[in-house]
Write a protein that binds this ligand. Structure first.
Ligand SMILES: [Fe+2]
Length: 523
């Protein structure tokens, strides 16, 4: 978190938090054997962050997703968990219990350890007379083991009102090891009425209660719940989990700082309460540590990055706004080139540089929110940059890519979302020099449902950006990735429609990155 949070009036900040219900004291009563009139696992079960010996498990007690408290009595409630080697839960190998509190929305986070590497497990939760559905998860291969294969999908930008999350049903047919979600898990904003196929049924969330209800609504989508129950996820967020285009302590709109920071914190808290995150990611008044490293033996390492929480505010915002993104003439916005601009924050940047330098992995996957490659948004001479993506932080991008090149990080590949389009691009430290070497490869996945730009706009801009090898905004969908020691293959998976719950999915295009040869080639 930036210096202004540490410096501003802590007392007013805490008052704001208390008003939003974050600091409510634990009630005295404990329910050890609760009896539920209806099933209290309406949001399902989930897992995440596989390691060689463990995985994170999640559930939240909810009977009625439309209520901020989920329809659960506001008392401490005992919930137990079990992990088994079989899908009938006969051979239980780990178990435990915890008291869930209404202050944390009766959400459960368990960091299971002591499991065997590289195998599937099943898990379930029990609360009094109620049992959860059985979830399936898996551990990662042993550290430095020569794993032969990793198969995963990555996805982003699921707007409930814009469509059904049926892309997940097709992912489950792909026999994946995990799902990487790269931001905009919920949207705070509405879809235009003529484009909406279902409704948030509530206005823009600003309080803890409203963010909880919004998250719970999203998990009423059966395909999303099924994807959480079937595979471990790794996650980062983008702006819409809180508010459009925010940057650390800078909201898009002109609101008092303490009001903004309190809103951001309750949004982070609701996110934590609804996602299969590690216990160590639990938010505090200082923020929420979400960046992470996940190893798949010696085959692949994910660097899951958070480019939202610590970034410098976007340069040269629109004149009518306090903050937020803009598409600027690069020559007219010298602030873009300030060397202290950072998209990851200094601490995360140092952590990433260290982790990249020491990586034992053959494939090094930068799992982050948005387009990393330069994308000139102006047809003809001059260059326009969209300030919310890495184009708004050009020297931070250069630092990172030069570090990757200098340290000879093997096979760097960025995966991203945010722009509601498929892009396949070359990563270069210097995009203004056509002869600059290609350092790595980039794949951006389209949205699960949120609409993209008109395709004609992308078609007009691609000739300005020869390092972007492919761009398609016509389709919603996801990217399926298969990594082996010899190559990384990415299949761009396109839905025919998300306006109905049973859309079909097909492969729009496939690209391959060969081991040791940066830059994707059409397969
Ligand atoms: Fe988005």
């Amino acid at each position: 978190m930036g210096p202004s949070v540490r410096m501003f009036d802590r007392r007013r900040f805490l008052q704001a938090l208390a008003a939003l219900g974050v600091t409510n004291a634990a009630p005295g009563h404990t329910e050890d054997k609760p009896r539920f009139g209806a099933a209290p696992f309406a949001l399902g079960v989930a897992s995440g962050y596989p390691s060689p010996n463990g995985v994170a498990l999640w559930t939240r007690l909810v009977i009625d997703p439309s209520l901020p408290g989920g329809g659960i009595d506001p008392v401490r409630t005992r919930v137990s968990w079990e992990v088994a080697k079989d899908d009938k839960m006969k051979t239980v190998v780990a178990s435990g219990a915890d008291l869930l509190t209404p202050a944390w929305a009766h959400a459960m986070h368990v960091d299971v350890t002591g499991l065997e590497p590289d195998r599937w497990y099943w898990y379930r939760f029990t609360a009094g007379n109620a049992e959860s559905p059985i979830g399936r998860t898996r551990t990662a291969p042993a550290t430095r083991e020569a794993a032969p294969r990793l198969k995963f999908a990555f996805a982003s930008c699921q707007h409930y009102e814009h469509g059904y999350f049926s892309a997940y049903r097709h992912m489950l047919a792909d026999e994946l090891d995990l799902i990487a979600f790269l931001g905009d898990y919920i949207y705070e904003t509405r879809a235009p009425k003529d484009l909406a196929v279902r409704s948030h049924n509530s206005s823009e969330p600003r309080t803890l209660s409203r963010y909880r209800v919004r998250h719970a609504l999203y998990k009423t989508d059966r395909d999303l719940r099924a994807a959480h129950a079937a595979l471990p996820w790794i996650c980062t967020w983008d702006d819409h989990e809180v508010d459009n285009d925010y940057a650390a302590n800078q909201p898009q709109d002109d609101v008092p700082l303490e009001e903004w920071v309190a809103r951001r914190l309750v949004a982070y808290k609701a996110y934590y309460e609804h996602m299969p995150l590690r216990e160590s990611m639990r938010p505090t008044a200082e923020g929420m540590p979400l960046h992470a490293q996940i190893d798949w033996g010696a085959l692949a390492r994910f660097f899951v990055l958070d480019d939202r929480q610590y970034r410098t505010p976007q340069a040269c915002p629109r004149p009518d706004r306090k903050g937020g993104s803009n598409t600027v003439d690069v020559a007219a916005c010298p602030a873009l080139l300030a060397p202290d601009r950072t998209i990851l924050g200094t601490r995360q940047e140092r952590w990433l540089e260290g982790a990249l330098q020491q990586t034992p992995a053959r494939w090094n996957l930068l799992a982050q929110q948005t387009l990393m490659a330069q994308f000139d948004q102006q047809v003809g001479p001059g260059r326009r940059a969209w300030t919310d993506a890495w184009d708004g932080y050009p020297l931070a991008r250069k630092r990172l890519l030069e570090h990757i090149a200098q340290k000879r990080v093997p096979n760097p590949v960025a995966i991203g979302g945010d722009v509601h389009a498929f892009y396949v691009a070359d990563l270069k430290a210097d995009y203004d020099d056509p002869k600059a070497p290609v350092i790595g490869s980039e794949f951006v996945g389209t949205s699960i449902t949120a609409p993209g730009w008109p395709q004609e706009q992308i078609d007009a801009l691609l000739p300005e950006n020869p390092h972007i090898r492919f761009g398609d905004s016509r389709h919603r969908g996801y990217v399926r990735v298969e990594v082996t020691p010899q190559q990384l293959r990415a299949d761009l998976r396109a839905m025919d429609t998300v306006k109905k719950p049973d859309g079909a999915c097909s492969t729009l295009a496939s690209f391959v990155v060969a081991n040791g040869v940066p830059g994707a080639q059409r397969a």
